[in-house]
Design a protein around this ligand. Structure first.
Ligand code: ATP
Ligand code: MG
Length: 426
């Protein structure tokens, strides 16, 4: 019997990890430049944290959480990053230490979904949270920062959908308007939407069921139900985006599936690569009431979740090569002992060094050096050991040189420095 990875989970092997690292580094860079600092919170959290924040009627809490029970505690594998981050913020009373906090994270999330391309049970999100600043400037700044991140990665065909779902008062008014529109059509809705009609009709706007989509197609716009204050915030966000010339599309049907959002919500989509209908790369919004609903003070916040698998699908299978190493091929035990010391010294000088310990023929070692894209291969045989020398082969130039062992490190380091300056990886 052979074990397989659990349904909906993926192994990420080295060639692919390098592609991930490129995206993660770009994210870290964008965030660091925006004044955000990384946080790391546990994967295990109490189930109630998500019931209270993400919302009982959200798709995630209704049916997607991986639950486990231990010593009478009901825990879940976190399905998203925002509630855990908010919990950590409150646990450590961060608001007492600084008025505004900008945090980001990168890590695995878990949801019991039907696996398909771009939709997995273990997937990875990068995300950020900005606490303590309610101003619309933040909304425009964050949307623009994320836009710059995606464009910097080379993502094309981007749509930035933005909307405002207002605060509690606006939503209560809109709820009535939406019920007025949907109630006469109740029979045509999906079973799930029929239930939502009573407890959370806004969720119907987010349904993917074609029957629900048809029913909401000509629904009233939430933007018409915004209170004066919510409308002012919304218009200021758009003025910020206009000033920055960040492209966006106002999408009154965009409500997002999580209960905690208030005012601004947004999504970044791309039709690039093999995304199919799983084409939302980033989703986020403001959640000015969430910390309070978790038992904390009234602290405004805005954040987003970036779907890393989807960004990688959009980018396609571009090759990110491993750094070209210096390869050391010793023949025999005495040579191997010399090779050990040389490898350590080269690494101390910052040269990526691969030592072949297999004791194979020179031919097979050279083949491996080639396969690794090595720039140099250091051959050490018996005669080299006796003369206290090494042979340095330049695999690209097909040249070789006998060098005293004492000069070898300087020679190799300078060869790598020159290649670096020329900007070649091989
Ligand atoms: P969808 O409507 O596609 O199910 P969602 O509303 O559940 O998305 P969020 O919870 O807001 O998505 O998550 C933010 C981002 O994380 C998504 O836009 C997507 O890029 C990514 N994402 C969400 N669920 C998955 C998953 N199961 N597999 C891979 N990526 C995911
Ligand atoms: Mg989902």
């Amino acid at each position: 019997m052979q074990f397989r990875a659990v349904k909906g989970t993926n192994d990420i092997l080295p060639d692919e990890v390098r592609r991930w690292q490129r995206v993660e580094e770009m994210f870290r860079r964008s965030m660091t430049l925006g004044g955000f600092s990384e946080i790391r919170t546990p994967i295990l959290e109490h189930k109630n944290l998500f019931v209270r924040s993400t919302g009982e009627t959200s798709e995630i809490v209704e049916k997607q959480m991986f639950e486990l029970e231990r010593s009478g505690e009901v825990l879940v594998l976190r399905p998203e990053g925002t509630p855990g981050s908010a919990r950590a913020y409150l646990t450590h009373s961060v608001q007492a230490q600084e008025p505004v906090s900008r945090w980001y994270y990168i890590g695995p999330m878990f949801r019991a979904e039907q696996p398909q391309r771009g939709r997995y049970r273990q997937f990875h999100q990068a995300g950020c949270e900005l606490y303590g600043d309610a101003s619309p400037v933040c909304d425009a700044e964050l949307i623009d920062l994320l836009h710059g991140f995606l464009v910097g990665l080379g993502i094309k065909d981007l749509t930035v959908a933005v909307n405002s779902i207002g605060g509690l008062e606006s939503r209560a008014a809109y709820r009535e308007a939406l019920l007025g529109h949907l109630s006469p059509k109740a029979e045509s809705l999906s079973d799930h939407a029929k239930k939502r009609l009573a407890d959370n009709p806004l969720r119907i706007l987010d349904s993917k069921d074609p029957r629900d989509r048809a029913a909401v197609a000509d629904a009233p716009s939430i933007l018409d139900a915004l209170t004066q204050e919510d409308r002012e915030h919304w218009q200021a966000v758009l003025r910020g985006l206009d000033t920055l010339q960040t492209p966006y599309q106002v999408s009154p049907g965009l409500v997002r599936g999580l209960d905690y959002y208030t005012r601004t919500v947004f999504e970044f989509q791309s039709s690039m690569g093999s995304l199919g209908s799983q084409n939302t790369l980033i989703a986020g919004g403001r959640y000015d009431n969430m910390l309070k609903s978790l038992g904390g003070p009234q602290i405004p916040a805005i954040g987003c979740g970036v779907g890393l698998e989807r960004i990688l699908l959009a980018l396609g299978e571009e090759i990110v090569p491993a750094p070209s190493p210096c390869f050391i091929a010793p023949l025999g035990e005495r040579a191997s002992l010399v090779a050990l010391g040389l490898a350590r010294e080269l690494r101390e000088h910052g040269v990526v060094t691969v030592l072949d310990g297999r004791g194979n023929s020179m031919k097979s070692m050279l083949r491996r050096a080639d396969g690794l894209g090595a720039r140099l291969c250091v051959v050490i045989g018996d005669s080299e050991v006796e003369q206290n020398q090494v042979q340095i082969k330049d695999l690209a130039a097909h040249s070789q040189d006998q060098v005293p062992r004492t000069e070898a490190v300087a020679r190799i380091v300078s060869a790598f420095k020159t290649a670096e300056a020329l900007g070649s990886n091989h």
